[in-house]
Design a binder for this molecule. Structure first.
Ligand code: CUA
Length: 345
């Protein structure tokens, strides 16, 4: 193999291997639900792959055999002796009948393994589970951690934290149009329908950060509607939840205090909530703990002061069509506003 060709071969191979692992892959299950689905995928792959190989082999065999029986000295193709066919009508009927019966059998097998998978997905439950309402918005995810005591409920956005090894109940719905929640390492797709609530269980047995993506076209920024799932040990998860239950931190530096003033008196407070302040709007993501999140704009940018500033003044350039308008924040106000938002851990 020439070096360039072998390089391309290695690249293709590593690409194929890469597709089977990673933070957003069906073939790299991190929990029982995704494991069941991956199992089903491999059954389909084995059966359909075998059929493909058999069909292609038969086609190649047919072509080669036909070529061998082509003396054609007079330019007329000749397929065997006249009056005697290699394949009699009887044997063709047998082959076709066998193929039809096998096809029907395979379809029946698929129906059963599919039903078994559905059953396995639905049968994993837990008493008093962590319960999260996932509400799709154009184009971000609103997440509410339920609790019987409403003061203990937590609202956040775009980043789900779950305890390791425990089934977590997801109640999926939508605020506007149909979205689809898809976290390939943990579960299959689940449509989010406005006005309806659908439930599914997810469980992560392997710690890590898994990427999810909206999987139903929902408008201009559908492709930029991602979320992250942090699967962490129960202790770490409980610490996170406890911290999220607190009100937004009180600004401690003059810069942050000024930033809070800008936030509360400017346009930010018309759409966002920061618990513990006068800002209590629910149009955009809850910002009470925005400083503790790793990404901005539903998985688009890392949560750094630079991107945050860019997002505040130029959201329409970064994510055209998003509900977040470009805000005309004065230059001297921007830095304090960023400092305040970053302090909201
Ligand atoms: Cu939401 Cu696509």
């Amino acid at each position: 193999m020439r070096p360039s060709r072998s390089c391309a071969f290695v690249a293709a191979l590593s690409l194929a291997a890469g597709a089977c692992s990673g933070t957003q892959s069906v073939l790299s299950p991190a929990g029982p639900q995704a494991g069941t689905i991956a199992h089903l995928w491999w059954i389909f792959f084995a059966i359909l792959g075998s059929i493909y190989v058999i069909v292609i082999s038969a086609a190649v065999y047919g072509l080669l055999r036909r070529r061998r029986s082509e003396p054609a000295a007079d330019g007329v193709p000749f397929y065997g002796e006249p009056g005697r066919s290699d394949t009699s009508e009887g044997s063709i009927t047998t082959v076709v009948t066998t193929a039809v019966v096998l096809t029907a059998l395979i379809l029946v097998v698929f129906v059963f393994v599919n039903a078994a998978t559905e059953h396995a997905l639905a049968s994993r439950t837990q008493r008093n589970p962590v319960e999260i309402v996932v509400n799709g918005h154009q184009w971000w995810w609103e997440l509410t951690y339920k609790s019987r005591d409403t003061s203990q409920m937590v609202t956040t956005a775009n980043e789900i934290h779950i305890p390791l090894g425990e089934p977590v109940l997801i109640r999926a719905t939508s605020q506007d149009v149909i979205h689809s929640l898809w976290i390939p390492n943990l579960h299959g797709k689940q449509d989010l329908i406005p006005g309806h609530e659908r439930t599914l269980w997810i469980q992560a047995d392997v710690p890590g950060v898994y990427r999810g993506q909206c999987a139903e076209f929902c408008g201009l920024e559908h492709a930029q509607m991602a979320l992250l799932v942090f699967a962490e040990p129960a202790e770490q998860f409980n610490r996170w939840l406890e911290q999220q239950r607190r009100a937004g931190v009180t600004p401690s530096t003059p810069d942050e205090q000024r930033g809070q003033q800008v936030f509360l008196t400017g346009p930010c407070a018309l759409c966002h909530n920061v618990t513990g302040t006068r800002a209590s709007a629910r149009v955009g993501p809850d910002l009470t703990h925005i400083g503790s999140r790793s990404m901005l704009a539903a998985g688009m940018f890392p949560n750094t002061p630079g991107y945050l500033g860019g997002w505040i003044i130029g959201a329409q350039q970064l994510k055209p069509g998003a509900q977040m308008p470009n805000l005309a924040i004065k230059g001297e106000d921007l830095q304090p506003l960023i400092a305040y938002l970053q302090s909201l851990k």
